[in-house]
Design a protein. Structure first.
Length: 318
């Protein structure tokens, strides 16, 4: 009797009272051109009874799709439950309010199956509005077998591996451990750091995911979660002591981001204090001082837009 799993890929979809988004996510999984070897595990993380019933009805419309319910434990607990239940050799993540573009899995699995040294793979993505319109591309930084110092560079810069773009070998997840339930923000970053210690990543420089940009998301409240930034630093240094000397550089970049979060809510006093804290951590991080200076200018939003558009144009020309 064959021991081969009936599924090559397990897709983990955390679900919490989002039945209005779920059909779009499952449609995008169903549209992947594979050999019918995908299972989809929708992890119902303590939704209301009405939303649970809707999710059950929706999941029944899609092949190889299973709804698993558990008490509310947060997104990390939901993803961990999915990984534990998964039968596939590869784990793919898709948040309920995101959608994959056709061909995503085929492109990623082909690369993983060709090179056993690659442990996980990610891609660029687009932010979109709630109706999946007005895409705005995010060009991710490239980390790969051929790029040096992946762990250190990722720790300092925290450039995004957006979770819904990632496919990872299940055996690697079992080796390094699952999502840390005590890490309340950036739990994905903490896991990616552990993966980088044990394996090589691969970056597909194409857009494979559309991510809804939700008002009130983590980025807009980062300045209120600074204790979790420090916790992640301590955790990372505990299993990779060589990162200790890089904590000030990392803090400079995260505090700059936190300042931008405060400024987006028009809290200029807090934003300016955070920019100065960031510069205090790393005097070579000129961006913090630039952001502090720009915060006093009435046309700063236009200047930020110009800087962003220029940066994106440079990415496209590479």
């Amino acid at each position: 009797m064959s021991n081969k799993t009936p599924f090559n890929i397990s897709v983990i979809v955390p679900y919490f009272n989002e039945s209005h988004y779920l059909p779009f996510a499952l449609d995008s999984i169903n549209a992947q051109l594979t050999e019918n070897d995908i299972e989809t595990l929708v992890i119902n993380d303590g939704s209301t009874s009405e939303e649970t019933k809707r999710a059950e009805e929706i999941c029944q419309r899609f092949p190889n799709t299973k709804l698993i319910s558990q008490p509310n434990g947060g997104v990390s607990a939901a993803r961990n439950r999915g990984i534990e239940e998964a039968a596939g050799l590869y784990i793919a993540f898709l948040d309920c309010d995101d959608v994959w573009l056709p061909g995503k899995l085929a492109a990623q699995i082909q690369i993983l199956e060709k090179d056993a040294e690659i442990g996980f793979i990610y891609s660029d993505f687009c932010y979109v509005d709630d109706s999946l319109n007005h895409p705005r591309r995010v060009y991710c930084s490239t980390y790969s077998i051929s790029t040096p110092n992946n762990l250190a560079n990722y720790f300092v810069n925290d450039a995004p591996f957006m979770t819904s773009t990632v496919v990872v070998r299940k055996s690697l997840l079992i080796e390094v451990g699952l999502f840390d339930l005590k890490q309340k923000i950036a739990e994905d970053t903490e896991l990616w750091l552990r993966l980088l210690i044990h394996s090589h990543p691969f970056h597909i420089k194409d857009v494979h995911v559309w991510k809804r940009e939700v008002e009130g998301s983590l980025g807009s409240a980062l300045d209120q979660k600074l204790d979790q930034i420090e916790r992640l630093n301590q955790t990372a240094v505990s299993y990779a002591p060589q990162l200790a000397s890089l904590v000030p550089k990392r803090n400079a970049r995260r505090y700059s981001k936190a300042g931008q979060a405060a400024e987006s809510r028009h809290d200029l006093k807090r934003a300016r204090n955070l920019y100065l804290e960031a510069w205090g951590y790393d005097r070579s991080h000129a961006k913090a001082l630039l952001l502090w200076t720009l915060s006093f200018l009435p046309l700063r939003n236009r200047i930020f837009s110009f800087i962003k558009s220029t940066r994106n144009a440079l990415h496209r020309s590479r």
